[in-house]
Ligand binder design. Structure first.
Ligand SMILES: Nc1ncnc2c1ncn2[C@@H]1O[C@H](COP(=O)(O)OP(=O)(O)OP(=O)(O)O)[C@@H](O)[C@H]1O
Length: 308
């Protein structure tokens, strides 16, 4: 159990409704300083709503929220300069150049002219945007826009950075590179909260929460989540996998059965006392072997397999 002073975010019972829609349902979070923490979940599960409440931009319906020691929403104004926030959509000015955009952000944070110039030069180097500084932001590639947005969100050296689905508009190579930069920031002491619906991205986080319908279904480090999962994972090969799948998914012992190339990946509930033997009895011309769980298996098992 971490002391409160070691936590960047401590939340109890955070909820938010929109009309009769419960978007976030009694969320508890303990996010240690200096870590990368993920929110993993499908569209509409409450990731953005949670992030907006933690930035102080959206008032919770109820809950006890402390971010960097500030009580929200009461002390939201004090928190403002200590955090950076990169939203899902590119939120900079498309008709301003790269340097003008950064300069504008620097002015918002009341940096002096000289200080702005120095910091912007540093960011342009760091994010490989020096050759594009006079280019209109709207004409940058997806990866360049994303780097510019990260430069803008970190211009004032925030202690805590919120990134809402930051890599949805970029290719895998840019995503990899982006994550390297996040680890650089984390190494320098920045705490990062990132939302995603990509499994590989969630797997890079130190710890994560799996959200569904506004509820936290599980949390912990990726390894811990895989260890504690309520299912055993098997891969079946052989003939007639489609028919086997149809049969298996109707059995109460099976959480999900999904085909991966020539294999059927089957999640059998741990409540079945002998999962391997049980599965063996269901097979005709097929063979099965137990495999290591992945984060996707964890996700499927704790969200009941509705999304896969
Ligand atoms: N301003 C709003 N008014 C009404 N309903 C809202 C509002 N904002 C969010 N919601 C609803 O709350 C739920 C959670 O939305 P939220 O945007 O937090 O999800 P998300 O996990 O971030 O998904 P996405 O990536 O699609 O934004 C959804 O059902 C959404 O329709």
């Amino acid at each position: 159990m971490k002391q409160d002073s070691e936590l960047a975010i401590r939340v109890r019972n955070m909820s938010r409704t929109f009309g009769d829609k419960l978007a976030v349902d009694q969320l508890d979070l303990d996010i240690p300083k200096g870590t990368i923490y993920g929110f993993l979940g499908p569209n509409g599960c409450g990731k953005s709503t949670s992030i907006r409440m933690l930035t102080g931009l959206l008032t919770p319906t109820s809950g006890d929220i402390r971010v960097l020691g500030y009580e929200l929403p009461r002390q939201a104004e004090l928190l403002r300069t200590r955090i950076g926030y990169m939203t899902q959509k590119f939120s900079l000015y498309e008709t301003l150049s790269v340097r003008e955009n950064l300069d504008f952000v620097g002015q918002i944070y009341s940096l002096g002219r000289q200080q702005r110039r120095q910091r912007i030069d540093e960011l342009l180097r760091l994010y490989s945007l020096g050759d594009h500084q006079k280019q209109m932001a709207g004409s940058l590639s997806g990866g360049q826009k994303q780097r510019l947005a990260l430069a803008a969100a970190t211009l004032h050296h925030p202690d805590l950075l919120f990134l809402d689905e930051p890599t949805s508009a970029v290719d895998p190579e840019n995503r990899r590179e982006f994550w390297e930069r996040l680890f650089d920031l984390c190494h320098q002491g920045t705490t990062i909260l990132v939302s995603t619906h990509y499994m590989d991205e969630a797997e890079r986080c130190h710890a994560l929460a799996i959200l569904e319908d506004g509820v936290k279904r599980a949390d912990g480090s990726p390894d811990q989540l895989m260890q504690d999962m309520g299912a055993r994972v098997f891969e079946v090969s052989g003939d007639d996998l489609r028919a086997l799948k149809t049969r298996l998914i109707n059995q109460p012992q099976v959480i999900s059965a999904a085909q991966l190339g020539t294999r059927l990946r089957v999640l059998v509930r741990k409540s079945e006392p002998q999962p391997q033997q049980w599965l063996q009895q269901q097979l005709l011309n097929q063979t099965s072997e137990e495999v290591r769980p992945s984060l996707e298996d964890v996700f499927v098992s704790c969200t009941g397999g509705h999304h896969v």
